[in-house]
Ligand binder design. Structure first.
Ligand code: 9MR
Length: 566
């Protein structure tokens, strides 16, 4: 026996060296950044290598066979991140499978998949996140698994704050979604978010069929997305005053601590009443009413009547901006430019009622398309109006239809031009609060451009933007909770922080890099660059909060790609 020991040991050492040589280091390199959720077989497929130089890359499959080799392309330095960026393209690799990128002397990437329906799971989670945000009902184990929780915020008797215009009494205003990491409910943002997802339902009524999301309403023969939206729309309806005007928000006077909904004990108020909330209410009620005419005629009729009443109020109160009263410090969603809100409301009311007075309003008050303007709650809800009108061009005078079509495609082309120039192939040049939603809104515009023109280049652009969200960004994080290899673990989200479960509730898009760092007194940022001003810390409300209007364009884009990419 002894005689064989030396050769056996040598063989073992040889094998070990071979193994460690061929096998990648355990930790993927932070400098290789790619979409960690994956790619469709027909996707444009790109990744970046930052702050390192190399000539070539290769892609290996699960058996560690090389299946693709390519050259890295120098894309220059990105001012926003201070990184030197090289890009690898492997669009031709179309075989479904599980892969890693390898770069000699640098290392391997996170694993990724190529498969059909690659965004199905992300899409469903992104919609299900709204269920987890539901106020005034228990989130039951049957639908929520480990994230079950007790009911919070019945909101059955919310005190009128003097800013509401009422001096006494309270409002029964249950239901709806918590806006974000906080427990407030805000009409402007609620309308914008539901409106964007209604755009999806108008394009693809079956994008999210019944019984795919395991909601309490699943099995009722309605789209599960519609069911989820209805939960919010029914709350929005409660926020209309008897004169047609709409209250701005339902919150306490300040934010609560990081507690579960059921432990909340602050008094809740109905705060403010103004032009933006009223018009956004009118718009989304008209839109939802129009889209539910055959599914629920009664609900539809009531919603359209409520919308018209709101419009009438706004015509009498054209310029009532909202800012927080002195004793209130919750989110403002302040808005003092109303032309976009009037436009969206007129567009939806015209489509819902067919009345020419709304069309005349649109003709007399056209909104302009502008380069790079994304669909944020503040100035740009006109995009919601554009989208509905574009989808219904046959109901418009020819010159208006032509103006909208040309304007939209030109805007989309300008986004593509930015993508071409940018080292990471995205179109964002500023990183403000909720930058991830700005970028997702650009992807949404590209999807709409694809729906209008059928041109593949718009889908490619939307995919490149998605790559950024899912890991091909300067932080390397996959910005959808519960997804990717480099995961967000500590979003600024009260239930995720208070529930004692390590993994945050899945399906939330976090705000993303924010150069202004309004939370820097509590959060230590590790980089000074705008595109890297992101910290996965619970305290980072400026870069790591979740929010209903950040998920909405993600839902639209993921669903759109699921419908159109194989
Ligand atoms: O998304 C909003 C961002 O654009 C503003 O700069 C910021 C400060 O006003 O507020 C953000 O919205 C927050 C809202 O006011 C309250 N709920 C959480 C929202 C996301 O941070």
């Amino acid at each position: 026996m002894k005689r064989f020991q030396l050769p056996v040991v040598l063989l073992a050492i040889f094998l070990l060296i071979q193994c460690t040589k061929d096998y990648p280091p355990l930790n993927p390199s932070d400098n290789i950044k790619l979409n960690q959720v994956g790619y469709y077989p027909e996707s444009v497929k790109e990744f970046v290598l930052t702050d390192d130089s190399a000539g070539n890359f290769r892609i290996v499959n699960f058996q560690r066979e090389i299946v693709f080799e390519g050259a890295l392309i120098d894309r220059g330095v990105w001012d926003a991140s201070g990184e030197k960026v090289m890009m690898g393209v492997f669009t031709e690799l179309k075989t479904p499978g599980y892969y890693q990128i390898e770069i000699e002397n640098i290392g391997v990437s996170h694993g990724f998949e190529i498969k059909q329906k690659v965004y199905e799971g992300a899409l469903r989670a992104a919609i299900k996140s709204y269920y987890f945000q539901r106020a005034s009902m228990p989130i039951e184990e049957a639908y929520a698994g480990i994230y079950k929780r007790a009911e919070g915020h019945p909101d059955s008797a919310c005190t009128y704050h003097p800013s509401s215009g009422r001096k006494e009494g309270s409002l029964n205003s249950p239901g709806g979604w918590y806006d974000a990491g906080d427990y407030g409910k805000y009409v402007v943002n609620a309308a914008l978010s539901t409106g964007q997802m209604l755009d999806l339902l108008e394009l693809y009524p079956d994008a999210v069929p019944d019984e795919v999301l395991n909601l309490p309403e699943s099995g009722n023969q309605q789209s599960d997305l519609w069911d989820e939206l209805l939960y919010e729309l029914n709350w929005i309806r409660t926020m209309q005053d008897s004169d047609g005007g709409v209250y701005h928000k339902l919150t306490a006077k300040g934010f609560s601590g990081f507690i579960m909904p059921e432990d909340y004990d602050l008094e809740r108020f109905i705060i403010g009443k103004g032009t933006a909330a009223t018009l956004d209410f009118a718009a989304v009620m008209a839109q939802a009413g129009r889209l539910s005419t055959s599914a629920d005629p009664l609900w539809s009729a009531e919603a359209i009547i409520a919308a018209e009443k709101a419009w009438q109020w706004a015509l009498k109160n054209k310029n009532l901006p909202f800012t927080n009263p002195e004793d209130v410090s919750t989110g403002q969603y302040d808005d003092d430019i109303f032309s976009d809100d009037f436009y969206w409301a007129a567009a939806e009311l015209y489509l819902a009622t067919g009345q020419k007075k709304y069309l005349r309003y649109l003709e007399r008050n056209p909104e302009i398309y502008q380069h790079q303007l994304t669909n944020s709650w503040k100035f740009f809800v006109r995009n919601n109006g554009f989208h509905s009108l574009l989808k219904n061009r046959n109901k418009l005078p020819e010159d208006m239809a032509e103006y909208l079509l040309t304007g939209h495609l030109q805007l989309a082309d300008s986004i593509l031009a930015e993508i071409d120039k940018n080292p990471y192939r995205i179109a964002l040049d500023r990183f403000e609060w909720g930058s991830n939603s700005d970028i997702l809104n650009q992807a949404m515009l590209l999807c709409v451009a694809h729906s209008l023109s059928g041109e593949e280049k718009y889908l490619d652009g939307a995919e490149r933007i998605n790559d950024y969200i899912f890991g091909k960004n300067a932080t390397g994080y996959c910005f959808l909770t519960g997804f990717g290899s480099k995961r967000v673990m500590s979003p600024h989200h009260r239930p995720s922080g208070a529930d004692e479960i390590i993994e945050p509730i899945p399906g939330f898009i976090v705000g993303g890099p924010n150069k202004d760092r309004q939370d820097q007194s509590n959060v230590q940022y590790s980089s000074g660059y705008p595109a890297r001003s992101y910290e996965d810390q619970e305290a980072s409300f400026a870069s790591n909060e979740v929010c209903i209007n950040w998920n909405a364009p993600a839902v639209f884009v993921l669903a759109y790609l699921e419908q159109n990419r194989k």
